[in-house]
Design a protein around this ligand. Structure first.
Ligand code: ADP
Ligand code: MG
Ligand code: ZN
Length: 422
């Protein structure tokens, strides 16, 4: 059942996918998920180890990895220990995926009552080599209702030599009766910065040269999944070689070149229509979907709005510091409400762009609208300008007429010009 789980290249396998080759062997080595790994390590140290665990979370965030590392930690000759030796028979066997005591079951294809009855029969036998017999059931939400019920009995009173680890991407499909009998760990999407760090390490050891920008593109495209990011890195290497340019990386990932995206955005904010239209043309010539461009632009505007909003809002940006700094530079002096409006307009055209027979025109007109209709200036800024004007007039010997901004105080609603668009 665990035949496909070997992470070690066999003598005949030349190429091993990065995601497999770089699977962490210990909890310590895992990137992110420290809330999980710390608790598991503490349990191993104290020896107070629950008999059933549920690992939930998106694809490729380390559920299987943690399950196997935990298995090694439990069954290592030196164990249970958070730091398994890696060289004893149980350690090596688990690493190679052929330990008789670690039984990996695909819940999607072994989901019947009979499958679980087989499991229950097996549970009675003692482990052959390690201390524990470990059942790892992946995609456990796929079990039938009957199968869950059959599992329940074993879960209530498992023999002391048995541990269960269930993994699922859809925890809402797990019955309450099961949930109440397991120790649950929620694996999080992995922050971009953490993914970048891991990718950088991989590239360095594999002799692949990617710029920080390129690493970020790969991480971003992985959307919080380490496995997806690593598979994309595989693609980048196989199409772009060991020294691809940023533009090549963007191309392979099907992403719009970041610098062009920033030009487009900056053009909108500055009211520079030709800069924005040039950027759209460039993207179009490179053969990208306008819908893809629009959604990347939307993401950028959202990030920019958060960056402009406040220090507190900025912490919701899953971006590396350099990119935050770059964003802050672009939005300097731009009021958050202007960004919100740009977002609104783009959001409205997003679906139209995706459906239109001439998507480029739709996007161009939206941009033209954003550039032509400059933002309403905040009233306070206008009042300040009036006050400034008055001061300069006075300096030139001209007296302000009664009823001017200063004479009447600074009530914004008094200023009919305040709302006018400049
Ligand atoms: N937290 C992590 N730290 C480092 N690598 C990870 C992490 N999570 C996933 N990976 C990488 O992604 C691959 C797949 O991870 P896996 O644990 O199988 O994900 P899943 O959550 O889908 O079970 C691993 O082989 C490893 O290379
Ligand atoms: Mg898995
Ligand atoms: Zn060991």
């Amino acid at each position: 059942m665990s035949e496909s789980s070997s992470d070690v290249p066999g003598p005949t396998t030349g190429y091993v996918a990065i995601a497999r080759k770089w699977r962490p062997r210990t909890l310590e080595e895992m990137a992110g998920q420290t809330h999980v790994t710390r608790t598991l390590r503490n349990a191993l140290t104290s020896g107070r180890i629950h008999h059933a665990f549920l690992f939930t979370g998106a694809r490729g965030v380390g559920k299987t990895t943690a399950a196997r590392a935990f298995a090694r930690a439990l069954n290592c000759d030196q164990g249970p220990t958070p730091d398994p030796c890696g060289v004893c028979v149980p350690c090596v066997e688990i690493l190679q995926g052929n330990s008789p005591d670690v039984i990996e079951i695909d819940g999607a294809s072994n989901n019947s009552v009979d499958d679980i009855r087989d499991l229950r029969d097996g549970v009675r036998y003692l482990p052959q080599r390690g201390r524990f017999k470990l059942y790892i059931i992946d995609e456990v939400h796929m079990l039938t209702r009957g199968a869950f019920n059959a599992l329940l009995k074993t879960l209530e009173e498992p023999p002391p030599h048995v541990k269960f680890i269930f993994a699922t991407t859809e925890v809402n499909k797990i019955p309450e009766t099961i949930l109440s009998r397991v120790q649950r760990f929620d694996f999080k999407r992995i922050p971009q910065k953490v993914v970048v760090t891991r990718l950088r390490l991989i590239c360095e050891s594999e002799g692949v040269e990617l710029t920080e920008e390129a690493l970020r593109m790969v991480a971003r495209a992985g959307e919080g999944s380490m496995r997806d990011a690593q598979s994309l890195l595989d693609q980048v290497i196989s199409f772009g070689g060991k020294n691809p340019t940023d533009a090549q990386v963007a191309d392979i990932l099907g992403l719009v070149d970041r610098s062009v995206l920033f030009e487009l955005f900056a053009g909108i904010l500055k009211g520079d229509g030709s800069q924005s239209l040039d950027a759209i043309a460039k993207v179009h010539e490179n053969g990208y979907e306008m819908a893809q461009l629009t959604s990347e632009l939307l993401e950028l505007v959202r990030n920019a709005a958060l960056a402009a909003l406040s220090e507190g809002a900025r912490k919701h940006l899953d971006l590396p510091e350099e990119e935050k700094a770059q964003l802050l530079q672009v939005v300097e002096g731009v009021p958050a409400e202007q960004l919100a409006r740009v977002f609104q307009v783009l959001l409205e055209v997003h679906d139209q762009v995706a459906r239109a027979s001439r998507p480029r025109y739709v996007l161009e007109m939206a941009v033209a609208r954003l550039v032509a209709v400059r933002p309403a200036q905040p009233v306070t800024a206008l009042v300040d300008r009036l006050v400034d004007l008055e001061r300069r007039l006075r300096g030139a010997g001209v007296q302000p007429r009664p009823g001017s901004a200063q004479g009447r105080g600074r009530e914004p609603s008094d200023d009919p010009e305040g709302e006018r668009r400049s």
